[in-house]
Structure formats: C-alpha cells, structure tokens
Design a binder for this molecule. Structure first.
Ligand code: NDP
Length: 478
C-alpha cells in the first residue's frame, strides 16, 4: 500500500497520537488525506436520471441500411462496442429501482468515426414538446420546496395544464410504467434524427430497440413488495444476469421518412409527443444489440459516464425537433458541470478513435499533449484541419422567426386514444386503477381538468378513471 503520491504506508490501522489515548498529531498526513478524500468522494448527481445501471455490449449489424446512412457503424457485419445506461428519471441516487417512472435508455457507441450517443427512453414519446417547459416539468417530478415530499398535485396540475403530456402519461400509467427488469424494456431514440447517405441525401429516422426478452411489467402491488425487500432490484437483475452469462439482447430497427413525405405528413414528424405509426412507416431491421460485460468500477464507468445527443457521426444528424435541439446543449453542459470540463477524457467517455481538437487547459486535463506550435487554428505548423467531405447537405428552412404557440391546432388526443384502444380490457382496467392511485390527494378541480383530456382521447378512458376514483365524470356532462 502507498499514499496517493506513491510513498509506502507503514500503518493503515492506527492514527498517530501523542500517547496511546491521544490527542492526534497534525503531521498524520495520511489520516488528513483519507478524511479529505472522503469529503470529495461524490460528484453532483444528475438532476434527472440520477439512479442508473449500465453494462457494455456489442452492436452487430445484420441488415444493409447503407442506402439511408453512410455511417461506418452501419456497415453490414460491423461490430461496435457499446455502453448502455438505464435509469429512472425522477428519483435521486438512493431511490428504489422498481418505481413507476420512465426508464432512461442511454447508449454510447464507440465507433471508428467517434462516439455516437443515442440518449433515449423506454417510451417513444415525451411529456413536453417545447424545451422551455422542460425545467418546469421536472420541478413537478422532484420534491416540493417546503415539504420536501413528491407531490401528486404538482404532477397532475402540470399535466392537466399541458395536454401534450397525455400520450406519455398514458404509457407511464399503463403496465409498462413499472418494468419488471431493465432486460424487459424496449428502447426508443424518441426524437427524430436524420440519416445522410453516400449520395448526400437526407432521410428522417427514428430508432427502436425491441427487447428480445419480451416486455414484462409489474403491478403496483408487485413493485411495492419488491421495493420493500430490495431498492436495487434493477441493478441486481442486470448485473447478475450478465455475470452468469445470460446476455440480454435487443433487435435494433429504424423507421425512415423521406424529406418529401415529411413536408406533407399528417403528423409533425419533429414533435416529440407523437410516434410515427408503424402502418405508415414500418420498422426496418438493422441489427442486434447484446449486453455482455459489467463495468469493473461503478463510479468510474457508470456515475462518470456522460451521454449526450450532441455526439453524432458522419451519416447521422440532428433534426428540427425543438426538444432535441435543446438537449444538444443541455446534456453536454450537465456533464461539464457534473463531471468537469474534460469529462470526455475519462476512459468511459473517451472515443476509441483519435481526437484532434484545439480545446486547451481547464480542470482535470489528464493527458500530457506533445509540445506543438500548432495550438490554434488556422496555423502554419501542420495542425489538424477541417474536412469538408463530412459537411451535411443544406437543410431548407422557411418561415418567420417567432414564438409559435405549440398547442395551437395540435391534436394531442388521437395518438393517446389509439394507445388506449389497443390495450386489452383488463389492461385498461389496471390503467384506470394506476391513475386513481397516482391521483391520491389531488384536488377535485385538477382531477376534473384532467378527465377532460382523457375524455377527448376516448370517452371510455375518462369514464373508467372517474369510476376508479369514485368521482363524477364532469367531462361527460355527468
Ligand atoms: P401498432 O399496432 O403498429 O403498434 C403498437 C405499438 O404499441 C407496439 O409498438 C407495441 O409495442 C406498443 N405498445 C403496446 N402496449 C403498449 C403500452 N402499454 N405502452 C406503450 N406502448 C405499447 O400501432 P401504431 O404504430 O399505429 O401505434 C399505436 C400506438 O401505439 C401509438 O399511439 C403509441 O402510443 C403506441 N406505440 C407506437 C410506437 C410507434 O413507434 N409507432 C412505439 C410504441 C408505442 P410492442 O411491439 O413492443 O408490443
């Protein structure tokens, strides 16, 4: 054993004291160092997705989609190392895994053209479509400033005032709101991204990872029983499955929409509260994702892992989705704050391909770059330069710059209703009960405002919830 400076340690059991009963001597630097280090053993937890579980794996491309994307990661037969971090959204780092919540499904692919991060969820849509509302939404999921308790009233007040949330609320309150394990969830990129092919043609794309373990869920009562015994049920299940060689797999698929089709499609393809119905845009097979290796050190490889939708590779691009545009900034910024300026130099975040930037200095710069006169750009000393062959084709944008009311004329009910209607009657009955349970303590006027949204999605939806709550269904004129 040595100190952190490499000096041998003669005694790691007894502190240095004046006489056997103390007091202690200031010169016991190893004691001071241990206490000081302990004070610094945590980094700020993520504001959202704080509780996470991750594993490494491999993406294998089994089908040819090079007609849509030139990304090297999609070459038929390509195998790419990946890291997948699952999480709950609202709970803190000590929260129980088995709670009703969306599950994060954040992927980092260490491709030969740099890291591609697909920072998705186990749901294809989200609660809000304008990022200006994201911090407000998250406040409703976190603790009340006075009571320090989670507030059903805040959640339903916000949701009932934000009809665009109805689709995601319906998924959250359905059986899929409490996955049995992380191996039994689908992953969705949720946002629309773009693909660019070798001919510089652009396509809009959505990413889907379908679990090959099958979807499995828990009821409220089952999750209560699990949480009573085990707050780390998801972490335990995934870790132990991988340790025993039972490697979970997902079928990786995409949906593709041409730029021409997007211009006239009945749904705004860049609205994060909407799916692209499979009937219009069928799933196209791409490959298989397998998780097959647990991290060696949770803090270094999971807590310090940093995913950002800003990480894209040639052949994959962004889209006008307003939520995606905001996340491109917000995720990388969260890691600069949470981990540090040079978070991408940490082994878990570092690309496997070479990195050539002109970023300099800052806390935690952990490499020792070779001396060079090319420390700015342009320079005359052979430093790295831009490569125009990676430029994307121009994207045509029209219209006035303004703050457009994103609720004006937007149909927030049809897709939520479609989901409700595809649930079997027993599943619908559990949906009603789950909503009633989640509305405990919520004032009647908020409940009635929310019933109107359920009613507009499907009158049977509002009627069922009202009955489960034992309240009048004023939405139906009752
Ligand atoms: P389809 O009948 O082609 O697809 C239905 C989809 O619903 C399947 O992907 C199925 O997932 C999924 N599903 C089933 N139960 C639930 C649930 N409780 N929570 C979330 N998803 C569920 O219909 P459409 O494509 O026309 O979509 C109809 C509705 O299905 C949408 O409004 C949307 O709410 C939901 N959905 C659609 C998706 C899409 O990308 N089109 C993706 C996920 C959900 P699985 O195949 O795993 O059983």
């Amino acid at each position: 054993m040595t100190t952190s400076a490499g000096n041998p340690v003669a005694d790691n059991q007894n502190s240095l004291s004046a006489g056997p009963r103390g007091p202690l001597l200031m010169q016991d630097y190893q004691l001071l160092e241990k206490l000081a280090h302990q004070n610094r053993e945590r980094i700020p937890e993520r504001t959202v997705h704080a509780k996470g579980t991750a594993a490494y794996g491999t993406l294998t491309i089994t089908h040819d989609i090079t007609q849509y994307s030139k990304a090297a990661v999609f070459k038929p037969g390509a195998k790419t190392e990946a890291l997948l971090r699952f999480s709950t959204v609202a709970g803190e780092r000590g929260a129980a895994d088995a709670e009703r919540d969306v599950r994060g499904f954040a992927l980092k692919f260490y491709t030969e053209e740099g890291n591609w991060d697909m920072v998705g969820n186990n749901t294809p849509v989200f609660f809000v479509r304008d990022p200006l509302k994201f911090p407000d939404f998250i406040h409703t999921q976190k603790r009340h400033p006075k009571s320090n308790l989670r507030s059903n009233t805040a959640a339903w007040d916000f949701w009932s005032l934000s009809p665009e949330s109805l689709h995601q609320v319906t998924i959250l309150m359905s059986d899929r709101g409490i996955p049995k394990t992380l191996r039994h969830v689908n992953g969705y990129g949720s946002h629309t991204y773009s693909f660019i092919n070798a001919q510089s043609e652009r396509f809009w794309v959505k990413f889907h990872f379908k679990t090959l373990q099958g979807i499995q869920c828990m009821s409220n009562a089952e999750s209560d029983a699990v949480i009573a015994k085990d707050r780390e049920s998801s972490q335990r299940d995934l870790f132990e499955a991988i340790e025993r060689g039972d490697f979970p797999k997902w079928r990786f698929c995409v949906q593709i929409m041409s730029e021409k089709a997007a211009a006239t499609y009945r749904w705004n393809p860049f609205d994060l509260t909407k799916v692209w119905p499979h009937g219009d845009f069928p799933l196209i097979e791409v490959g298989i994702l397998e998780l097959n290796r647990n991290p060696e050190n949770y803090f270094a490889e999971v807590e310090q892992s940093a995913f950002s939708p800003s990480n894209i590779v040639p052949g994959i691009g962004f889209s006008p989705d307003k939520m995606l545009q905001a996340r491109i900034f917000a995720y990388a910024d969260a890691h600069r704050y949470r981990v540090g300026t040079h978070y991408e130099m940490l082994p878990v975040n570092r690309p496997k391909s070479p990195v050539h930037t002109y970023h300099a200095d800052g806390p935690m710069r952990s490499d020792a770059p070779k001396a060079t006169d090319a420390y700015y750009e342009p320079n005359s000393f052979g430093g790295p330069t831009q490569a125009p062959r990676f430029a994307e084709p121009p994207l045509q944008i029209t219209g006035d710059s303004d703050r457009f009311n994103h609720r004006d004329g937007n149909d927030d009910y049809t897709q939520a209703g479609d989901l409700f209607r595809l649930l079997k009657p027993d599943h619908q009955a559990r949906l009603f009960q789950n909503i009633a349970a989640a509305m405990a303590g919520v004032p009647e006027f908020i409940v009635q405002r929310q019933l109107v949204h359920f009613h507009r999605a499907d009158p049977r939806y509002a009627a069922g919830v009202a009955q489960a709550l034992g309240v009048k269904n004023r939405a139906a004129g009752g």
